[in-house]
Design a protein around this ligand. Structure first.
Ligand SMILES: [Zn+2]
Length: 49
């Protein structure tokens, strides 16, 4: 399983321990996918599909 990390400076996702000369923070993959699932439901509910 890959660990997804996020740069606190530019908010981009990366697998590297550092980005923009700053340490990246860990993103929990489970929470990330749940949020994505809710986003999909919302988009469907609003009729974006
Ligand atoms: Zn960055």
């Amino acid at each position: 399983m890959k660990l997804i990390k996020k740069c606190v400076k530019c908010s981009s996702f990366t697998l590297k321990p550092t980005h923009c000369s700053e340490s990246t923070i860990s993103v929990h993959p489970a929470k990330f996918s749940i949020e994505d699932k809710y986003g999909e439901y919302r988009r469907k509910a609003k009729g974006f599909y």
